[in-house]
Structures are given as C-alpha cells and as structure tokens.
Design a protein around this ligand. Structure first.
Ligand code: B4P
Length: 192
C-alpha cells in the first residue's frame, strides 16, 4: 500500500496534479474539497453546514472532515493506496489521519508540497473563479482570507510530517507536465 499527501496553499495545483497521479499510480483520490462541494450540490445537512464556512474562505470544522475521510477509508477497504488532496489541513486532522491509518495497519509514506508564490496563486484562483462558479474563488478578500487561514492553521501540518522525515517541497510553478514529472520522480524514489 502507498499513501501520499499532496500539500500546498489554495490554488497551488493539488487538484490538477492529483488527477494525473491517481491514474499513473493506481491510487484512490480523496479530495476533501471535492467531497464537500458534492455534499453542497446535493444539499445534504453536512453540505449546508460546510457552505457557511467555505463561502467565507474558512475551514470546515475538523470533526466534519475527519468523519468524511473515515467513511471513505471504510468504503475503499481494498484500495492499493490513497492520494489525500487538501487533507489534512490542520494539525488535529494530521494526528487523526495518523490514527485512522494505524488502525488499518498502514501509514503516510510521503508528503509532497507544491510551492507557489502568493501573487501567482491569486492570479490562478481569480482566473478559475471566472468559470468554476466557486464562491470562494471570485472575491479577492475571501482568497486573501484563505491564505491567512493557510498560514495560521495549515502550515503547521508541514512541521508534523517534517518531524517524521516524510516531507518534500516541489516547485509548483511551470507547466502542468513538468510539475507532474517532478512529483513522479519523487514518488518513484520513495517507492524504490
Ligand atoms: P480545495 O478544493 O482543496 O481547493 P484549493 O486548495 O482551492 O485548490 P487546489 O490546490 O486543488 O488547486 P487547483 O489544482 O484546482 O479547498 C476548497 C475549500 O474547501 C477550502 O477553502 C475549505 O473551506 C474547504 N476544505 C477543503 N478541505 C478541507 C479540510 N481538510 N478541512 C477543512 N476545510 C476544508 O488549481 C487552481 C487553479 O490553478 C486551476 O484553475 C488550475 O487550472 C490552475 N493551475 C493548476 N496548475 C497550474 C500551473 N502549473 N500553471 C498555471 N495554472 C495552473
């Protein structure tokens, strides 16, 4: 089993790169952003609660996302591995994920972090906002709030995995193909 976390700020390309990596390495893609947006589209109680946070650029409460991930791990019991995209986003989520994987006698093998400047991130998110219909991408104040939340709440997740010697930063600017190749090179090293 091989479990990978794709880490990075909003708009760094986690979703874009995940789509390429899951098919190449046969992993199950678990994107908390996609899961939450699907709950919102279905107007479930969880989706209605999550929308209030996401529209403001805030994180959805830990217990909600951890519960969602727990359900997905159960659902894909026989998976050859998972790619976690946008999760964990807080130190509490990281600790909870370690415990959930330990119960399944596995662990995170690698954390790859996409590094992109804030200027480029704002540009990408506003561009995506023109067509995505995502309320959190159209307003620059909400985008800036997402970066502040990332600095305060998500950046500590990097320290959690650095302490476990599983963390590697990858330049996230350039063509999608070049970034994908750099990620693949690093994954192949871990798989060796
Ligand atoms: P997410 O859905 O995780 O989305 P993201 O961080 O905005 O985007 P990502 O990094 O995947 O960027 P993408 O590839 O799309 O989160 C949304 C919200 O959900 C959060 O703010 C939060 O409220 C909530 N949430 C999610 N997970 C949570 C959790 N665990 N706990 C609590 N709350 C949670 O790329 C962005 C754009 O850049 C795209 O338009 C793409 O085409 C473009 N792009 C990609 N690569 C490029 C490249 N190399 N060059 C130029 N453009 C590129």
């Amino acid at each position: 089993m091989f479990n990978l976390i794709l880490f990075g700020p909003p708009g760094s390309g986690k979703g874009t790169q995940s789509d390429l990596l899951v098919s190449k390495y046969g992993l199950v893609h678990l994107s908390t952003g996609n899961l939450l947006r699907s709950e919102i589209a279905d107007k479930t109680p969880l989706g209605i609660e999550a929308k209030n946070f996401m529209d403001k650029g805030q994180l959805v409460p830990d217990e909600v996302v951890i519960g969602m991930i727990d359900n997905c791990l159960e659902l894909h019991k026989d998976a050859g591995g998972f790619l976690f995209d946008g999760f964990p986003r807080t130190a509490n989520q990281a600790k909870a994920l370690d415990k959930l994987l330990e119960l399944k006698r596995t662990a995170i093998h690698s954390v790859l972090a996409l590094e992109v400047t804030e200027e480029e991130l704002v540009k990408r998110l506003l561009e995506r906002g023109k067509t995505s219909g995502r309320s959190d991408d159209t307003n620059e104040a909400v985008i800036r709030n997402r970066f502040a939340v990332y600095q305060n709440e998500t950046a500590p997740v990097a320290e959690h995995y650095k302490a476990q010697h599983k963390f590697k930063a990858i330049p996230g600017e350039g063509t999608v193909a070049d970034i994908s190749a750099a990620l693949g090179e690093q994954i192949d090293k871990v798989l060796e």
